[in-house]
Design a protein around this ligand. Sequence first.
Ligand SMILES: [Fe+2]
Length: 197
Amino acid sequence: MSLSQALQAARELHSQLPALREFAPWPGDLQPAALAPAAMPALDQVAGFGQPGTAETQPLINALRNSASQAYWTQTYTEEEVGAHFLQNYGYFELFGPTGHFRTNQLRGYIAYWGAGLKYDWHSHEAEELYVVLGGGAQFLTDENDCWLSAGDTRLHGGWQPHAMNTGDQPILTYVLWRGAGLEGLPLMGGQRASAA
Ligand SMILES: [Fe+2]
């Protein structure tokens, strides 16, 4: 199955979840790009992702399970920053955006996966961000808030707002939108203290 089906499932999800529609309109200028697949260690975990979604998120989970091997998976962080275990169990790809499988400069849509038992340390970035939990769950932290999010839940992070995430006994598969200034930037690790200044 190709990533076109994942894009269509994301588009359908966008029409169904108010939080997505309120964050940004679906990009109107999407163009497919010839982006060759790139594997990552946790590819099989995504292809075999077994945590249930909601009625709205399950179609995108299914499309991702089937097309995971077609994605250009990347990892922002180095082993020095997060450790070898983290890199064996995490990865993301840009489904659409300035450098994604489908190109647009209006919005960025990532698919990001973390395995169970991971601590994703404090980080921040310029772009505003909306997380949608497709399946599984994790503890999401900001300076003001600390809560467990499960399938169908959403979380908004402001520009340069430090945030962190911990998975527990289950993995998490997420759909993440970026909008506004900094659309092309990357998350910066350890940004809690520095960027809060
Ligand atoms: Fe983020």
